[in-house]
Design a protein around this ligand. Structure first.
Ligand code: HEM
Length: 509
């Protein structure tokens, strides 16, 4: 005989099931008012999406965003709880750019984009972006000078110094170079001088992508079970534990000296490492896990992004050698008496980098956000229910002929002219400045907090290469003769130009 409890449980279970069904039905219709944009030939497979997202975004941008309408694209790669990305028109981006993580959240979006609940990738502490931005902004001069010395030291050890030429692979050179330089500025000497730590930091970003990719190859209900068995997921989880173990002494030391969550001491150098600014911006009760996850996220965010951008810029430069002389002359004029480089004098290089990033941004989509509460846009009355993922068609906007004349042609002087013609708003065209037309670093309050760090690092590396060596581009070890190649994308991310290399011959004055 069923007990009273069982009899009572049946209607409760039915009510829960009906409620869940209703929620599913309501959610599946919640974005019906936004048109779905798919590939016109009907092939909307995962493989097609991975290979051809750039084209999908460009056609959607022209068809909908240009007339002020949002469109949505399905996410066959990229998430389980969220089925679509809503691609917003430019004026809508303007409206949300200063809304905080509490309303349009990059933290929540990145959990989905990187399948974090499945892979166990580190979460982002909501405080870290602001702390990093303020810290970098306040100390950029000092940081850049230290960076200059680090780059000199690294290049001296790893690039040919004698009369004969030598060749390097771009990504294989820049990833560890940037990892070394960035670590020297972000962590204590004990860690930044530990080759095991530095080489592991080089793997974090690739590993996070692989883990997310492998997880997403399975249907969601299976991947929860399968994830812990996948080699890439296991490796990522081991790396996270490794970072936590290695960060423990630094955390304990900073805590003992009351340096965590103590903004007013931010600039006081207590000698543990160069810049305590990042940790000064941590919340008072920051845990070791949050502290070490934030470090890992920062390294993930900084190394491959910069390596890809600088590698692409070198390919752009060496396939268009007409720009080399002027950039070299400019670099020469920017050398200070002590041999360091004044990055503020690298005006032409800044414009060149900006054009290179315009045509080949690291990410096709930026400003990925999850709406945390129902939101209605003032400009259009477009309503987005809580839980919607929004984004911006970065690459499509950057090749809009209304914003950029002859947009698909590389013009290394484009931003030079734009800056000269728009003296009043000149600074908005600088590399690193985020605007609605220039979204390579995102936009607004959650834009990349490390962008000026990255820009100065790239400018220093490029000008030192131009000053110190004669450079020839190679592809798979052979001199590359040809026009500027178009880079490929995998999902929303540019494929690292792994085939390309540089032959360097030391210049002697
Ligand atoms: C050329 C190099 C770089 C590119 C293209 C880049 C691009 C981006 C983009 C597009 C975002 C998302 C912003 C948004 O959606 O509004 C972002 C976030 C972020 N970036 Fe960068 N970034 C670069 C270098 C760096 C560097 C050098 C650092 C640190 C020193 C850094 C730290 C971060 C952090 C902490 C976030 C927040 C997201 C997270 O915690 O995962 N980035 N970056």
């Amino acid at each position: 005989m069923p007990t009273i409890a069982v009899v009572a449980a049946v209607p409760v279970a039915v009510a829960i099931a009906i409620f869940q069904l209703y929620r599913w039905w309501r959610n599946s219709r919640a974005l019906n008012h936004i048109p779905t944009h798919e590939f016109p030939d009907g092939d909307n497979s995962r493989a097609r999406y991975i290979k051809d997202l750039k084209h999908l975004l460009e056609t959607g941008y022209r068809k909908y965003n240009k007339s002020g309408r949002a469109f949505k694209i399905p996410i066959p790669v990229g998430g389980y709880s969220v089925k679509y990305r809503v691609v917003l028109p430019k004026d809508h981006l303007e409206e949300i750019k200063h809304l905080s993580n509490n309303v349009f959240s990059w933290q929540l979006a990145s959990r989905i984009v990187f399948a974090q609940d499945y892979t166990g990738a580190p979460d982002r502490g909501p405080w870290s972006g602001k702390a990093l931005r303020i810290g970098i902004h306040q100390n950029l001069g000092d940081i850049t000078r230290k960076m200059d010395r680090q780059i000199d030291e690294y290049f001296r050890k790893h690039l040919p110094q004698g009369a004969s030429s030598d060749s390097i692979n771009l990504m294989k050179f820049f990833v560890p170079a940037i990892a070394n330089i960035t670590n020297a500025l972000l962590v204590d000497h004990r860690l930044s001088s530990n080759p095991d730590w530095v080489s592991r930091t080089c793997e974090f970003a690739v590993n996070r992508y692989h883990a997310a990719d492998e997880v997403r190859a399975w249907p969601p209900y299976i991947s929860k079970l399968a994830a812990p068995l996948l080699p890439s997921v296991r490796k990522l989880r081991q790396s996270r534990a490794y970072v936590k173990k290695e960060m423990t002494p630094l955390y304990e030391q900073l805590k003992a000296q009351d340096m965590l969550g103590n903004g007013e001491k931010r600039n006081k150098n207590i000698g543990i490492f160069g810049y305590e600014w990042l940790w000064g911006g941590a919340p008072k009760g920051v845990t070791l896990q949050d502290f070490s996850d934030t470090m890992m996220r920062t390294l993930i965010a900084s190394i491959h992004t910069t390596a890809k951008t600088v590698s692409v810029a070198l390919i752009d430069l060496l396939t268009q050698p007409q720009y080399i002389n002027e950039l070299r002359e400019e670099a020469k004029a920017a050398v200070r008496l002590d041999g360091s480089i004044d990055v503020d004098k690298l005006f032409r290089l800044d414009c060149f980098l900006k054009e290179s990033q315009r045509l080949t941004p690291v990410f096709l989509l930026t400003m990925n956000r999850i709406v945390t509460q129902d939101y209605m846009f003032k400009s259009s009355s477009l309503c987005l229910p809580a839980g919607t993922m929004t984004t911006a068609a970065t690459s499509a906007i950057a090749t809009d002929p209304e914003s950029f004349e002859d947009p698909n042609t590389f013009d290394g002087h484009r931003f030079l002219r734009l800056r000269e013609q728009n003296k009043a708003g000149e600074s908005s065209f600088k590399m690193g400045m985020a605007t609605e037309d220039s979204l390579g670093f995102g936009l607004g309050s959650q834009a990349c907090p490390g962008r000026f760090f990255a820009v100065n690092q790239m400018k220093l590396m490029l000008s030192k290469l131009l000053l110190g060596w004669d450079l020839t581009l190679e592809k798979r070890g052979v001199k590359f003769v040809g026009t500027r190649p178009e880079m490929e994308y995998y999902d929303f991310s540019v494929v690292a130009p792994n085939d390309y290399g540089l032959r360097l011959k030391r210049k002697f004055a």
